[in-house]
Design a protein around this ligand. Sequence first.
Ligand code: DX5
Ligand code: ZN
Length: 215
Amino acid sequence: MPLIAPSLLSADFLNLQADCTMLNESEADWYHLDVMDGRFVPNISFGPMLIECFRKATSKTCDVHLMIEEPEKYTEQFKKAGADILSVHIEACRHLHRNIQQIKSLGMKAGVAVTPHTPVTALSDILGDIDLVCLMSVNPGFGGQKFIPYTLQKIKQLRQMIDERGLNVLIEIDGGVTLENAPSILAAGADVLVAGNTVFRAPDPKAMIRELKQL
Ligand code: DX5
Ligand code: ZN
């Protein structure tokens, strides 16, 4: 069974309490929380203040995806806000190994996110040190974009790299996941499905989460 991580970027920000209650009652495994700084990506979303609110609203795992430059400056703040998993972009880190150690030393699980253009082979040295790879299947910055098909090849390649070394690293697919493409994403070897629009624009979000979970 895949882990399902709805992205709150697509939630109703005037009714976050209702969306949190819906998620808490659902079979969703994680809250996927997208932090954007307007520098690494051409959009600004939210930061530690709102994550602290989500933390109070749920006992589910808070999976924080940082799409920001110089993430090392904010790692402690996100820990304090209640992040369980913190992912930084390989493209935003000059000293990725140091950033990962910093995240782990604060007691969080560490993830590395990669944009569609970054080859998964760039992860080979860091793979033994991390808990999760957030493989982006759209260019980061916005919800509701279309899944980039060659991601499937990247999932297979990454799966092989992880399995060959017997590592315990989760593959999370982020961007454009739908009920239609999720089966091939899982068949390629993914463990975690992020879904924003697919969940929050569904007529019955809870039923959609259940359907994704049962794939
Ligand atoms: C995009 C974010 C994604 C996004 C997913 O930059 O990282 O998590 O919110 O939304 P959908 O599922 O709508 O593509
Ligand atoms: Zn994300």
